[in-house]
Design a protein around this ligand. Structure first.
Ligand SMILES: *[C@@H]1O[C@H](CO)[C@@H](O)[C@H](O)[C@H]1NC(C)=O
Ligand SMILES: *[C@@H]1O[C@H](CO)[C@@H](O)[C@H](O)[C@H]1NC(C)=O
Ligand SMILES: *[C@@H]1O[C@H](CO)[C@@H](O)[C@H](O)[C@H]1NC(C)=O
Length: 597
């Protein structure tokens, strides 16, 4: 049946075409701009025209025929009041819903053929909705009426092949969502890893045996030790977020994944040292490294971000299986060679890899991001939609909210208007991820000043947060008016500690801070909730946002002081209820167990 209707569609398209356009080739020249920058993205300069015989993998995201049905399904399975709550979709069910229409496949195939790309050589992923073809610069420039150049990043000395604008034949705009690599310049190295070492905070060293000992057994302490105000260990977090007495039971089925980029490698020896210092019952606990798209695993080069992530997800979730995904994509690029090189599209590489697995972790944490305005709109929406697929499959996706408050630097827009606006982060601004801001101190916790927060200019406010955010905006009045988009998706959704984390790097304990610490912490608590649900034979939590903004609200410690200055302003202020500094607050595992467990 499908075959019949496909060929009928092709025939129909063919007759239409011959009837209205005398020259088949003509329609491929009728270009309309898909995305263009006003200026070369900040930090980059044109180094040279791209050699015409330089080859690369072009990845094309096709329009997903029934994507609205996927979204309906996602919200049904994530809404605790819906009869389908928890009935997550299988890989096959998701792929059926995101598959392109046969007509899309045929029109795109004939465009590829017209440019000398054999449809048989096309690699098809994600239900056929993402296709990869090998092209050279000359072909790509003709296909997209683009002018590819070799661009160099002044600070990092990265070279990439990109174009400042690209077009598609007019008739393909209804069929193609995004083409890469084109105008997304931010490479892996310039993606901001939202963590930093804090030499000013003294790390706990071996001499501090007394305090270290006390911190290993939080269950025996009536209150959270005051030392947790300056130095954070797993014991602080387990006491603060009320997980100390919980023993994971579903470790045969439950797992947590950490997405790693930028040649950040998680070190196994450092994890053991960390356990011996801060969680002795976990000594011997391990994690698995999965290498995606040529990602490395150099055990002689421990990464600050990678070690922070794995030590804290494991420090909270032990003995739950932890999986570290090391995604490749920043090889040395030789600007004058024509050998195929990796195209530096980290989110896409990772997402397409994960979505191709039939069984995936129920919880994920990612601590990387970009300024939203530096990510082309078409690229951002297509990547965000892939996160929706992960949610439909039953995974909870956590992202750091960023470390610049409402924005760093002069916060000028890059649309040619050069006006001052707060700078939201992506993927933090994608409605299908749960974005985690940062706190500091204990009894009470307060917002940490770098906690990224704000309002998307790309994604409209989803209904799950409309009432929480309207309440905040009403209280806010005219403060910061004109500097942010009142109708945008607002974040963070939640928060967790973000400063003074004790992390073992190369055998030594360092203090590390950033919302990079907050995301794995919050994800660890969610992984325990998933353990609890799975141990009772229930489905994992999946896409969290609908449930945390409804039945889960009372399971959070509301953070009501502190602010996130930036862009030369005081930013926003944490207040009772949701706010764009700490979201709904920090998790209380015991209460969340009762409410949504
Ligand atoms: C192709 O792009 C160039 C700029 O690079 C532009 O001047 C030209 O009009 C475009 N052609 C079409 C058919 O849109
Ligand atoms: C504000 O956000 C909406 C989406 O909610 C978007 O359509 C609009 O373009 C944004 N406005 C600005 C000025 O970015
Ligand atoms: C911790 O969780 C328990 C349930 O396990 C709950 O009764 C208690 O109120 C929680 N403690 C705090 C400090 O919130």
């Amino acid at each position: 049946m499908r075959w019949l209707s496909t060929s009928a569609a092709v025939l129909f398209a063919f007759f239409q075409l011959t009837a209205t356009k005398p020259l088949i080739s003509k329609r491929w020249d009728d270009f309309d701009v898909k995305h263009a920058w006003a200026d070369i993205p900040k930090g980059w300069e044109l180094h040279a025209p791209a050699p015409s015989d330089h080859t690369f993998d072009m990845r094309i995201g096709l329009k997903q025929d029934r994507f609205d049905e996927l979204l309906t399904a996602l919200y049904e399975v994530s809404d605790p009041y819906h009869p389908k709550y928890g009935k997550h979709l299988s890989k096959g069910e998701v792929e059926d819903l995101v598959a392109p229409h046969p007509e899309t496949v045929s029109v795109v195939d004939s465009w590829l053929s017209a440019h000398g790309v054999e449809p048989a050589s096309v690699q098809r992923e994600n239900g056929g909705s993402w296709i990869t073809v090998k092209v050279n610069v000359e072909q790509a420039s003709r296909m997209l009426n683009a002018s590819y150049g070799v661009y160099r990043h002044g600070q990092t000395d990265d070279y990439v092949v990109r174009t400042t604008s690209y077009s598609l034949p007019r008739i393909l705009h209804d069929h193609i969502g995004v083409v890469t690599p084109t105008t997304y310049f931010s490479t892996m190295r310039t993606m901001k890893a939202t963590s930093f070492l804090q030499p000013q905070i003294e790390a706990l060293q071996d001499g501090d045996a007394d305090i270290a000992h006390k911190l290993i057994n939080p269950g025996s302490l009536a209150t959270v030790p005051s030392s947790c105000s300056t130095t954070i260990t797993p014991a602080c977090l387990r006491a603060l977020y009320n997980t100390s007495t919980y023993v994971p039971k579903a470790t045969a089925t439950n797992s947590i994944g950490i997405a790693g980029y930028l040649d950040e490698f998680a070190n196994t020896a450092d994890l053991q040292t960390f356990f011996r210092r801060f969680r002795t019952d976990a000594v011997g606990g391990t994690f698995k490294t999965v290498q995606v798209n040529g990602g490395g695993n150099d055990q002689s080069d421990p990464g600050v971000e990678a070690n922070l992530d794995i030590q804290y997800t494991e420090g909270i979730t032990f003995p739950t299986p932890n999986v570290y995904f090391s995604t490749g994509g920043s090889p040395p690029f030789t600007p004058d060679s024509n050998t195929p090189t990796n195209t530096n599209e980290p989110y896409l590489d990772w997402l397409n890899f994960i979505l191709a697995q039939s069984s995936i972790p129920q919880t994920f944490s990612t601590s990387y991001g970009d300024d939203e305005q530096t990510v082309p709109f078409d690229y951002a929406t297509n990547v965000c939609n892939l996160f929706a697929q992960l949610g439909a499959r039953g995974s909870s996706i956590m992202f750091s909210s960023g470390d610049d408050g409402v924005g760093a630097g002069d916060c000028r827009t890059n649309d040619g208007k050069n006006i001052e606006r707060f700078q939201p982060n992506f993927p933090a601004s994608c409605p299908f991820v749960t974005t985690v801001g940062g706190t500091i101190r204990v009894n009470p916790e307060v917002a940490v000043s770098f906690s990224g927060g704000g309002f998307s200019n790309y994604f409209a406010r989803p209904s799950f947060q409309s009432s929480a955010v309207s309440t905040f905006l009403t209280k806010l009045g005219t403060t910061n008016s004109g500097l942010f988009n009142t109708s945008g998706r607002a974040y963070p959704d939640v928060a967790a500690q973000g400063q003074g984390f004790q992390v073992v790097i190369g055998g030594r304990v360092n203090s590390v801070g950033g919302t990079s610490a907050s995301s794995p912490t919050f994800a660890g608590v969610i992984a325990l909730l998933n353990d609890f649900r799975l141990s009772k034979g229930e489905a994992p939590l999946g896409f969290l946002n609908p449930i945390i903004y409804s039945t889960g609200v009372a399971g959070f410690n509301d953070i009501t002081s502190g602010s996130n200055p930036g862009c030369g302003t005081n930013g926003f202020t944490a207040t009772a209820g949701w706010d764009p500094v700490t979201g709904l607050g920090t998790p209380d595992f015991g209460k969340l167990q009762a409410l949504i467990g």
